[in-house]
Ligand binder design. Sequence first.
Ligand SMILES: [Zn+2]
Length: 293
Amino acid sequence: MFLAFLLSLALEEPKTAQIDVRYENLSAEAQADFENAVAVWERCLVSDAPIKIVASSIKRGPTGFANHNSVRNKRYLPKRGVWYPTALASALRGRRVTEQDDMNVFLKEAGDGDNWHFSQDDPISEGKVDFINVAMHEIAHGLGVSSVIFVPWEGEPIASIGRPDEFVDFFEWSFPFREQDGTPEVYDTFLKLADGRRITKDFPEPSLELTYAVANPTIHFDGKHAVAANGGYPVGVTPLNVSHIPAFPRRATPIMLADSGQGESIRHPDKILLGMLRDLGWTITDACFERGA
Ligand SMILES: [Zn+2]
């Protein structure tokens, strides 16, 4: 009840962005909770350009997965030689940069044997995975908390900037999934090691050195808003899984944990995640930021 109250309180704030979702095979309760996640983001992000999401259920694969459409080297983008998610590029430009969808979100099918927790059954019990939390997490990947550094799990562990076709082809995308051809995502340009080396600048690509760099325990996201939100401390990312944020001692559970939503209902983005989005180029409302844990 208390969580539902907090959610309803947040929803009294005005919408500052519009997110349109097309659903494919999501159950009614899954759709309702995806809308709850969307409603939170619509009151955090500031954009004049509507964001287009396709949310689909999958029978196999991970609990949740998302990827986004990208553009690079346009006048309205602050950095050259990096991919920007189209949702962010559109926000920066002030109108949509593509007629295609901005992101695809895949969520494990709800039904017998699933361990989803939906908000109508609050509070959550142990062993359940909170659907709203996972939906917010996957949308955050689609907004740009997403690295294109790839380390193969079979064969030689040579890391590259860009994902191979066999990985991309596992899912069906509603937009052309681009070859990254060695171009990093804007997110990747913030990744550094403690000795100051930048992941996108100071390592050969593809290479084993790059694998060791992304496996290094000091790998962190060096954006001023994220660091400020973390009390001035470096914001570690999960080694080898660098689009995710590990839990920090004495800090709120991050939305971007690699296994988010386990036994815990978090219904608002944390300040570190919101700081990261600001570093990437998003405008985030102050009300949303202040509400963040
Ligand atoms: Zn994730």
